[in-house]
Design a binder for this molecule. Structure first.
Ligand code: ADP
Ligand code: ZN
Ligand code: ZN
Length: 760
């Protein structure tokens, strides 16, 4: 058994941050080789299959590695990409022809290698990873030409006011007659309806012509505005440049909140744009993009192309095509933008690199931060990881010299970091039924009195996390998940935060039928807002969480906050990140312990990051800020770090803890989540898996154990955790393990999560 693991390791995973082109890739077909009619090629189809299939190149077609094609897979035409030549070249007379080859540039070598790499590392099917690349079918067809109109010189027999307004445009001065007008522009300029223009075509006064499609996006202008960096920022930029020159492709830009990291990486971006390379900037949240787009435009004179779930299919097609043919030079996107078909990628920036939203945990379970480093190294591009609270992984890579490390300890204009205090909930806590301690309440009054803003932070959506019946003790639980239903009072619903199921909040207990017996237990932000409204009736308050409206509405709220329209902001982690509100000087964290209790090896890190980010919203401009942490554990290491401000000490301590228990970044983890609609079935298969586990050097297996949230969407979940040394190819090990186990049948499912970040 050990033998096979060793074999696996030879082809195995290249350590992140040190990836080089392996021989496996060099042997692949040269990109420039064209395959003529009659040739047999392997095509990776963008569906859940394990390998590429063989097809024939038909008469009149020529393809190459990377060509995007349509092939028949079973009865259905399916999108695919020419991957190379099949390994075995026998008896191919029954092969199907490629149906169609799209007239777009082939995918870059680098992107195809990335697909293979991600599939191998995450154990996803390569076709599924490729599907993440071919995200816009519309982009593959030629863009629709724009219809325009020219003047034929013929005056219509019947003239009207509207008609003459249109024709006037073509006759108003010399040369105007020869100009073709796009339909929308012509209608707008003459203020007529489309039917007037069509009428003029019918009588022969105007002719329809096809205009070339408009350029997708303006290229960013690197000289649009001056860089204006302060001395600390200039020094940081020089350090980034120096690290890149030294051959460190990845740099950790590790600067306190408000140090101006965005300005700094914009200049590094400008360097790369000057070299005529493309840029990708990844953000964790769509909610952040709007203000980011504006800042980009202030610096570069034009907006970047955007790529995230809110972008319309037509826009997507435009961006995808523009990225592929090089028209689009800069993209701002969510993690999925990592798979866009850049051909001249020069830099990837991850803003808020520590953010958990960069990890995708359904479908292909990849971490955009790690895969960005891989893609950049395949593309010969650079990476900037920017954060005020870097992940422990990135700090370790920086400490060990694999990444450049640029540290900024000062805020811009030397604005002070907030002064943080704890409120001990055991002795100084609020009265029963209230969530805001007296000392915090006094601070809120004074702050609002001075015309400044307050943020009350509680990372819990809804009104109350639990509803019970006072009469019979019934607790409202989701039928399909082991989770309580969260009351959302605005909506009048009880909702499950795991599967999204909702019921109308009953007026009588559904168990004992006593009217008005239901009671809310514990606070969510809606309940805090209720208390705040009665205690600070003068304050203009706004409540913000991801369920409070569309992205556009949420963006609007952010703009209003910046504008000073509110005194009191009550929010979840949605407001914790990246925003800069000049008037905000007081932050109250209502439950600083919320993240600490979990059986999650990253709990301390995540809590440190969240508390630093949220308190970092205070006092970013001229005014200095204060923050209060309500806690039952003032002695906890994370809480003490917050008070002392000793972030370096925190990282040193946390790295020590990880090292002593061989947890990431000093070891590897892989989670197997076995689920089924019967608990016994999931448990039985998990036990079977465990019995089939190969002996690997130093691989330790934990479980099977019921997942902390046992039931999600009607499926019982059992977990096995594998832990290995850093150098070990844990992906290869898990693949070999699963191949040796019984096939998964019926409604059983095994999900593999390499480098898991959530453990529920
Ligand atoms: P970070 O991302 O490090 O938290 P930001 O880039 O958001 O910091 O900068 C914080 C605030 O300070 C922003 O409003 C930014 O415009 C301002 N700022 C930072 N550097 C400068 C500078 N050199 N000149 C003018 N304003 C700056
Ligand atoms: Zn009851
Ligand atoms: Zn549920």
């Amino acid at each position: 058994m050990i033998r096979v693991c060793a074999e696996e390791r030879q082809v195995g995973i290249i350590p992140l941050a040190r990836i080089a082109l392996t021989p496996k890739f060099k042997n692949m077909n040269d990109k420039s080789i064209k395959f003529a009619p009659g040739a047999i090629v392997s095509v990776m189809v963008a569906v859940a299959v394990d390998r590429a299939y063989s097809y024939k190149v038909p008469m009149g077609m020529e393809v190459q590695r990377g060509s995007i094609v349509m092939v028949a897979l079973g009865p259905r035409p399916t999108l695919g990409v020419v991957w190379g030549v099949p390994k075995d070249q026998q008896a191919h007379n029954r092969l199907k022809d490629i149906e169609h080859c799209f007239e777009v540039n082939p995918l870059s070598e680098e992107l195809m290698k990335l697909v293979d790499w991600v599939a191998r590392y995450t154990l996803a099917k390569p076709g599924m990873v490729l599907r993440g690349v071919l995200r816009s079918k519309e982009a593959l067809d030629p863009p629709k030409p724009i219809i325009g109109y020219t003047y034929s010189g013929i005056t219509p027999e019947r003239m009207s006011n509207a008609r003459s307004r249109v024709l006037e445009i073509f006759t108003r001065d010399e040369g105007a007659a020869g100009i073709a007008w796009p339909k929308s522009a012509l209608i707008g300029e003459s203020s007529v309806s489309a039917s007037v223009v069509e009428g003029l075509v019918k009588v022969g006064s105007l002719s329809k012509v096809e205009l070339p499609p408009s350029r997708a996006y303006e290229a960013p202008d690197v000289d649009f505005s001056s860089s204006d960096l302060n001395p600390h920022q200039k020094k940081a930029l020089e350090e980034i440049r120096a690290a890149n020159i030294e051959g460190k492709n990845t740099v950790l830009l590790d600067g306190v909140t408000g140090s101006g990291k965005t300005r700094i990486f914009f200049e590094a971006v400008a360097d790369v744009l000057r070299q005529n390379k493309q840029i990708l900037i990844l953000l964790p949240e769509i909610a952040l993009t709007q203000s980011f787009v504006d800042r980009f435009a202030e610096r570069f004179g034009t907006k970047p192309a955007q790529w995230h779930s809110d972008v319309t299919p037509a826009q997507r097609a435009k961006v995808w095509r523009g990225v592929l043919n090089g028209d689009v030079r800069a993209v701002l996107g969510a993690r999925s933008a990592l798979f866009l078909p850049f051909s001249e990628l020069g830099m990837i920036v991850l803003d808020e690199e520590h953010d958990g939203a960069f990890k995708q945990s359904d479908g292909v379970n990849y971490h955009a931060r790690d895969m960005a480093v891989v893609r950049a190294s395949l593309a010969g591009a650079n990476v900037i990881l920017s954060s005020a609270t870097p992940s422990v992984e990135s700090r370790n890579n920086a400490n060990e010299g694999r990444y450049g490390h640029v540290l900024i300890k000062q805020r811009h204009m030397d604005a002070k970091l907030p002064d943080i205090k704890t409120i001990d909930m055991r002795s100084e806590g609020p009265e029963k039924g209230s969530w805001i301690a007296p000392e915090l309440a006094r601070e809120i009054f004074t702050t609002i009195d001075k015309g400044e803003q307050v943020l009350l932070f509680l990372n819990r959506r809804g009104y109350a996390p639990l509803t019970v019946c006072r009469s019979c003790g019934h607790q409202y639980q989701c039928a399909d998940c082991s989770a309580w239903l969260v009351e959302h009072r605005f909506l009048g619903k009880l909702a499950c935060h795991y599967c999204g199921q909702e019921i109308d909040t009953p007026t009588a207990c559904t168990n004992c039928h006593v009217e008005g017996s239901l009671t809310a237990v514990g606070p969510g932000i809606e309940r805090v807002a209720e208390e705040a409204a009665s205690r600070f009736p003068e304050a203009r308050q706004v409540i913000l969480s991801s369920d409070m409206g569309s992205s556009a509405q949420i963006r609007q709220r952010f703009a209003e906050i910046s504008n000073g329209d509110y005194d009191l902001i009550i929010g979840t982690q949605l407001v914790a990140k990246g925003h800069h509100f000049e008037k905000l000087t007081l932050v109250g964290v209502l439950d600083a312990d919320l993240g600490l209790a979990h059986g999650d090896p990253r709990a301390a890190e995540k809590t440190f990051q969240l508390l630093t980010q949220v308190t970092g919203r205070a006092g970013r401009a001229a005014k200095s800020g204060r923050a209060y942490l309500q806690t039952y554990n003032p002695e906890h290491a994370v809480i003490k770090t917050m008070i002392s401000g000793d972030r370096e000490g925190f990282y040193a301590h946390e790295l020590e803890v990880r090292k002593s228990s061989a947890l990431p970044p000093f070891g590897r983890l892989a989670a197997l989540i076995i689920s089924a609609s019967e608990h016994s079935e999931a448990k039985a298969y998990a036990r079977h898996l465990l019995s089939k586990a190969p002996q690997g050097d130093g691989v330790r297996l934990f479980g099977p154990a019921d997942a902390p949230i046992l039931l999600v969407r009607g499926r019982y979940r059992v977990r096995i955790l594998a832990q290995s040394a850093k150098q070990f190819d844990l992906s290869g090990y898990v693949r070999f393990w699963l191949e040796g186990a019984n096939k998964v049948k019926g409604n059983l499912r095994v999900q593999v999560d390499i480098d898991p970040v959530s453990f529920y």
